[in-house]
Design a protein around this ligand. Structure first.
Ligand code: BGC
Length: 246
């Protein structure tokens, strides 16, 4: 058994736990802090350092981040502060904590967890994981191989606005939408994903997927839909799996 510290940096909270990367089981409590506002590099790095310090851990850290991440740097800022653009995230967190970091996109991490250890095990062809949270994330896999940094939540939907502006969990809460109202919007998003990418399978993840039965009736796409196994913990687990390669 190999235990790796996984950290999921989100637009709302930063969560960490020790993970058995062979089974995906959490081997510690989940520790969480609110994402500082404004979500600037210094404040967030301090929060990550504090979280890491809560664990008696000395090894590689896997971390997922809610932006496009190319070779450890932020190529977009999404729901975070503009100051993150082009920051070398892995080196920034390494300097602060003294531990080696692997940093990847959060929906890619969630997809890795599900494909290797969860609902996506054994699924071939094109599999797309959608995470419903502050944003709408996507993780794309072809025959199990990650195609990194897809950003399907940024496709233009109604009035040219990115889909994630009105079909994410944040939109549901901010606009006080009923489940059917939000479900119709989410279904419009899935229909677009289906039309543009023709996936063989869709995996729905993020905390909202726990409530699948509340919006299931709104979903009309024909592609088989799987509900994620690891729900809120998929990011932490997939990040730890990625960190284990370091
Ligand atoms: C970001 C994605 C991220 C998703 C979920 C979006 O706003 O652009 O990179 O995966 O939110 O956090």
């Amino acid at each position: 058994m190999r235990e790796i510290l996984g950290i999921d940096v989100g637009g709302t909270g930063i969560k960490a736990a020790l993970v058995d990367v062979e089974s995906g089981t959490l081997k510690s409590d989940r520790h969480r802090v609110d994402t500082p506002r404004p979500a600037k590099p210094d404040a967030m790095t301090e929060a990550v350092k504090r979280l890491v310090g809560e664990f008696d851990y000395d090894g590689p850290v896997g971390c997922c981040f809610p932006t496009v991440v190319v070779d450890g740097h932020a190529r977009s800022v999404s729901n975070l502060d503009e100051a993150w653009r082009n920051v070398q995230i892995d080196e920034t967190f390494e300097r602060a904590t003294g531990l080696p970091f692997v940093v990847i996109n959060d929906a890619d991490a969630a997809g890795i967890a599900e494909m290797q250890l969860g609902a996506g095990q054994g699924l071939g062809g094109l599999v797309i994981m959608i995470t419903i949270g502050t944003g709408l994330g996507s993780g794309m896999f072809y025959n199990g191989q990650l195609i990194p940094n897809s950003e399907l939540g940024h496709m233009a939907g109604k009035d040219g606005e990115p889909f994630e502006r009105y079909a994410s969990k944040r939109a549901r809460i901010d606009e006080e939408l009923s489940w059917p109202e939000w479900g119709d919007r989410f279904n419009a998003f899935l229909k677009r994903v289906d039309r543009v990418c023709s996936p063989d399978h869709l995996i729905i993840g993020g905390g909202t997927s726990k409530k699948f039965e509340l919006f299931q009736d709104c979903i009309t796409v024909q592609t088989p839909i799987h509900v994620a196994r690891f729900l809120n913990n998929a990011g932490i687990i997939g990040a730890a799996v990625a960190g284990a390669d370091r």
